[in-house]
Design a protein around this ligand. Structure first.
Ligand code: MG
Length: 357
């Protein structure tokens, strides 16, 4: 059940006795750092993030896919906005509780996505312990700070790694299946493969393994052509009570044609979840396409979609949100953000939602 304000307030009063509190009645901002020129309403709170619970997950509860929407425990649509981390093997230094806390307080993110790099150089298949440790640090931090967290099998060829994915998600379901914060994303971006012959059979095996342990948390499935063929998946859906389909867009490349496919999928009853988007081209570079982003944001508001911007990374490409040297402990000044980082943060900070933050 979603707690009412009346039930949130006593918890807040108890926390105030310690050092601070932030609920629906208390804005996140507390001070204005003059050096950064950040408006007061966008400033980071001074109270430790852990002390500002209850947060978004206590408010909405476990998510469900229902009638082509993502809904909370009370059956009402939930629209989250937040950040995707980069491939764990290449930007793992940012997989820290402090970065999760900074995204929550400074960006007002309500969801983060831990991207387990699987099959590329130094990924989970080659170095399981290191990559698992990075991802679980983010998952544990998100749970502690009452944020939603996506456990993303970040793999373009997951259908070739079914046994490893089954073992991994069985482990994740055992560790985290009782937590309402956790969402499983089992196949990041299938490429030029078949939904019916490649992706769906893989998904059915992984979902069966998860459901043997965790009967109810939300599972997100990608679709061919970099998670754009949501209409194909929706026409031949997975039989499970709580599945959504990943929709990925990069605004400089994908426009109305992809939105049409998304509408078709939703008309067929599929719930969509934008686990990645970027303001630039699909290769991660090129200029910010402001007109296209505006259209996508209007679309996501209209259909109450959840979304994560790609990504927490210093890689030299447009869609990275931070510059080399940005601290792995967060606390980023505007000069630590890239142009697209500053740009995306405004959308995430100001995302309309019925939230307690
Ligand atoms: Mg569960």
């Amino acid at each position: 059940m979603r707690p009412s304000l009346a039930t949130l307030l006593p918890a807040c009063a108890a926390l105030l006795l310690q050092s601070g509190c932030n609920t629906a009645t208390t804005p996140a901002a507390t001070t204005t750092p003059a050096a950064t020129g950040v408006p007061a309403t966008h400033a980071a709170p001074t109270a430790p993030a852990a002390l500002r619970a209850p947060g978004i997950v206590s408010f909405h509860g476990r998510l469900r896919a229902e009638k082509a929407r993502i809904v909370g425990a009370d059956g009402k649509p939930v629209s989250l906005a937040g950040n995707s981390f980069f491939w764990s093997q290449w930007q793992g230094q940012y997989y820290t509780p402090e970065v999760v806390g900074w995204l929550k307080t400074n960006w007002r993110s309500t969801i983060v996505r831990a991207a387990l790099g699987v099959h590329e150089e130094d990924g989970y298949l080659q170095h399981p312990a290191e990559n698992l440790a990075r991802v679980t640090r983010v998952i544990d931090a998100a749970i502690a700070q009452d944020l939603y967290v996506i456990i993303d099998w970040h793999d373009h060829e997951a259908h070739r790694h079914t046994a490893q994915a089954v073992a991994f998600f069985s482990d994740m379901a055992r560790r985290y299946g009782h937590q309402p914060h956790v969402i499983y994303e089992i196949f990041n971006e299938p490429q030029q493969v078949s939904w019916a012959k490649d992706v769906k059979p893989y998904a059915e095996q992984v979902i069966a393994a998860i459901r043997a342990i965790d009967p109810d948390n939300l599972i997100i499935v990608g679709s061919p052509h970099w998670s754009q063929d949501v209409d194909v998946a929706a026409a031949d859906p997975i039989k499970d009570a709580n599945v959504a389909y990943a929709l990925h867009f990069y605004a400089g490349t994908q426009k109305q044609t992809l939105r049409n496919k998304a509408v078709k999928a939703m008309e067929l009853g599929a719930a969509l979840f934008v686990t990645e988007w970027g303001p630039c081209n699909a290769d991660g570079n090129g200029p910010i396409d402001d007109d296209s982003v505006k259209q996508w944001m209007a679309f996501m508001r209209e259909y109450q979609l959840c979304h994560c911007v790609w990504s927490v990374s210093t890689k030299m490409e447009t869609c990275s949100i931070i510059v080399p040297g940005a601290s792995p402990k967060g606390g980023w000044k505007d000069s630590d953000l890239t142009e697209s980082g500053r740009y995306a943060r405004e959308y995430i900070r100001n995302w309309p939602g019925d939230t307690p933050q």
